[in-house]
Design a protein around this ligand. Structure first.
Ligand code: KG4
Ligand code: ZN
Length: 395
């Protein structure tokens, strides 16, 4: 099955073309084309992602990104011509996306339909204006090329990220648990099988990635702060620096699998205020390292305790950890070590470049959906759903 997948839920514009085979027993994916443009440098100035700016940037770049992926896949072929009526329909589909129609027509005026079976696009969760551009773009391609478009849940994409480009060839065995840790989500998902998801724990306020980003901002570091806080924390550990800061571990002992990270963020705020005496004094690099390490330790302690209690209650065979925050070396190491503690447990994490948002993971989730429900390969009415939940989709 050849899949063309599109991801625009936040600040990454990404399109891949992937050939999948082997079924869900032993899925393998060959990457034929893959292009990703990160808007980080554009949003950095504002300290976070602005939905309408993200939407505009996606609209500006989507056509070019698709051209790159198609070219890599040897599928960017001239020779077609389309009726004016088709272009009118596409103009209508793209009417809310400034500049997209003109750029799209210029690039695809004579390009033949690529030999792919399905086009898939993230329909949620994420930033609604950003999701809409991707959906409209996919719908325009459906109109032009007659290839059906399938909506995909971004979080199922993160789960599926472990299926792609992985040295670890061990298969996922069920039942499984997924710990999803990203900029927008922190949740524990019980999986009876592929496609059967039950969220059994989640954050009541901030997501882990968001807490990393907010902590970074309090330390004066640019967006997205996760990688920088993690780098400082690593330095504090390798230099064996004395521990000064101590932060709360929110909900560590609550009798459920939920999380809360806003209290931790507030603890960092009060501590930095105390150090700087609420004035213009800047934090020393030593304090920044110490705060980063203590923040990360607090996060790890909570994530680990909740995950272990989920493992104890659900007795699963596989633990998947996915989402941008698993790019963090320390977190990845601590969770991988659970294999030593839980005999027989398989712990799976994505390779680094598939931890943060990308379109390959969307192709992975597309394959899962179509193997389980081949009847979904048809025309759908697709709407962006910023709060789309796992399990709440087409089936
Ligand atoms: O999955 P993702 O790319 O986007 C969402 O779906 O939200 O996750 C992005 C999040 C950001 O909050 C970013 O700071 C965090 O992942 N992140 C990290 C690291 N790399 C990215 N957090 C901690 N340590 C890292 N090395
Ligand atoms: Zn994500």
């Amino acid at each position: 099955m050849k899949i063309l997948s599109i991801e625009t839920s936040c600040d990454e514009t990404a399109i891949s073309i992937v050939e999948a085979e082997g079924g869900l027993e032993s899925p393998t994916f060959s990457i034929l084309g893959n292009s990703l443009f990160s808007q980080i440098d554009i949003h950095k100035e504002y300290g976070g992602v602005f939905p309408n700016l993200a939407k505009r940037e996606h609209a500006k770049n989507l056509s070019e990104i698709l051209k790159i992926s198609l070219t890599q896949a040897n599928m960017f072929e001239n020779g077609a011509s389309y009726e004016e009526n088709t272009w009118e329909k596409i103009k209508f589909i793209l009417k809310r996306e400034e500049g997209l129609y003109e750029g799209f027509r210029k690039i695809f005026e004579n390009i033949s339909a690529p030999k792919v079976d399905v086009i898939s696009v993230t329909s949620g969760p994420g930033l609604v204006p950003a999701l809409w551009v991707g959906i409209s773009f996919a719908k325009a391609l459906e109109e032009l090329w007659g290839i059906p478009v399938l909506p995909i849940n971004h979080m199922e994409g993160h789960i599926a990220s472990i299926l792609l480009q992985n040295e670890d060839k061990r298969l996922v065995q069920f039942p499984a648990l997924s710990l999803l840790i990203s900029g927008g989500h922190t949740e524990i998902v019980y999986m009876k099988n592929w496609g059967e998801y039950e969220v059994v724990g989640q954050t009541l306020d901030d997501a882990v990635g968001e807490a990393f980003d907010k902590t970074a901002r309090m330390l004066g570091l640019p967006y997205p702060g996760g990688p920088q806080v993690s780098k400082l924390a690593e330095e504090a550990r390798s230099e064996n620096m004395e521990k000064k800061a101590h932060f709360t571990r929110p909900m560590l002992n609550s009798n459920n699998l939920n999380f809360s990270f806003s209290g931790l963020k507030t603890a960092v705020l009060y501590y930095t205020r105390e150090l700087t005496q609420d004035s213009d004094i800047t934090l020393s690099i030593e304090d920044m390292k110490d705060i980063s390490r203590e923040f990360e330790d607090a996060v790890i302690e909570v994530l680990l305790k909740k995950t272990k209690s989920a493992l104890d209650s659900y007795g699963v065979k596989t633990l998947i950890i996915a989402g941008g925050v698993i790019a963090n070396n320390k977190i990845s190491q601590v969770f991988t070590e659970l294999e030593n503690e839980y005999k027989g447990l398989i712990v799976k994490t994505p390779v680094k470049n598939l931890s943060t948002d990308n379109s390959l993971m969307i192709a992975g989730a597309t394959y899962i959906n179509l193997i389980l429900h081949p009847e979904l390969l048809c025309k759908h009415e697709i709407i962006a759903n910023g709060n789309l939940k796992l399990g709440q989709d087409l089936k």
